[in-house]
Design a protein around this ligand. Structure first.
Ligand code: C2E
Ligand code: CA
Ligand code: CA
Ligand code: CA
Length: 281
């Protein structure tokens, strides 16, 4: 029964019942997707705005569903997080990403200094076996940790601060670098930035997309870039869609960026064509 407040209840409506059923089906499908490894990785280039070189690649997961086709992360990551399946999915993503990059290092001259940047969920960071998983993945793939970046959000760091500082330090001991994703959308005070070993701030795409039309957003972007400089971190602008945005970001001293202007996330085949052609994007 669903509460309507004031002690008033109704039973599930047929629509709600259908919703629940489809959610249950989605959960069952997701479990079997983990067993059958129905996930694929897409790759979005991160570009040095001055030189135009490809420096990093963000790894983004998709679900290759047998009936529904390619399912985007917004449609299954929340459920994967709720059910804890994200831990297994995340392990697969990490393993696949590290193995792919290691293969590319041997295959393409343009990939020798390339980094792969992998998104993490809070459940993964809190998993007591997380560092053990990272060590296993690095040793199985043969990838040096300095080519791996991990993307976290501010909200993931807000609880269990001491524990997270220790985990991030353990990652740093393995030369793995850390990006703070969607930066500017969280609620945390800025002082916590000093306390965590972080390497990169990723300016959330909402600020970048409004930057040209809204002076307030341009000011936020400017402030984040200065903040990164003060903290000795580097900065990546997300969601760049126009040349005007590129020029504006360069003027503000933003080093790197990603977005549809350069490329949407692409398949492995497409990335390989680019790597074959060289480091210039
Ligand atoms: P995110 O980490 O903030 O990733 C950026 C998202 O913005 C991606 O959506 C990307 O396709 C999209 N994007 C890139 N450039 C542009 C642009 O110029 N304009 C616009 N409008 N969008 C752009 P995607 O691939 O659908 O991923 C959505 C979110 O799902 C990601 O947001 C991330 O939070 C999550 N996610 C993706 N892969 C993974 C994963 O392997 N593990 C975990 N835990 N989360 C993941
Ligand atoms: Ca990200
Ligand atoms: Ca982001
Ligand atoms: Ca996000």
């Amino acid at each position: 029964a669903k509460s309507l407040g004031k002690g008033c209840f109704v039973v599930f409506s047929p629509e709600m019942h259908a919703q629940t059923l489809s959610l249950l089906k989605l959960e069952r499908d997701l479990r079997s997707a983990v067993d059958r490894q129905e996930f694929v990785l897409y790759y979005q280039p991160i570009i040095d705005l001055q030189s135009g070189d490809l420096t990093d690649v963000e790894v983004l997961v998709r679900w290759q569903h047998p009936d529904r086709g390619l399912v985007m992360p917004s449609e299954f990551i929340p459920l994967a997080e709720e059910t804890g399946l994200i831990v297994e999915i995340g392990q697969w993503v990490l393993q696949e990403a590290c193995q792919t990059l290691r293969d590319y290092q041997q295959q393409f001259a343009s990939a020798t200094e390339l980094k792969f940047s992998v998104n993490l969920s809070s459940e993964q960071l809190q998993d007591p076996n997380f560092i053990q998983t990272v060590d296993r993945v690095l040793s199985q793939s043969g990838l040096d940790g300095r080519y791996l970046k991990l993307e976290l959000t501010e909200s993931m760091l807000m609880s269990h601060e001491e524990k997270h500082i220790k985990t991030l330090q353990q990652l740093r001991d393995r030369s793995i670098t850390i990006s703070l994703d969607d930066f500017g959308t969280g609620y945390s005070s800025l002082s916590y930035l000093y306390r965590f070993p972080l390497d990169t701030l990723k300016i959330d795409q909402s600020f970048v997309s409004r930057m040209i039309s809204e002076p307030k957003d341009a000011e936020i972007v400017n402030t984040i870039i200065s903040l990164a400089r003060t903290l000795n971190m580097d900065v990546i602008a997300e969601g760049i869609e126009t040349e005007e945005e590129v020029l504006h970001l360069k003027k503000l001293g933003c080093e790197r960026g990603q977005g549809y202007w350069f490329s949407p996330p692409m398949s492995q085949e497409k990335l390989e064509e680019h790597l074959q052609a060289g480091p210039q994007w």
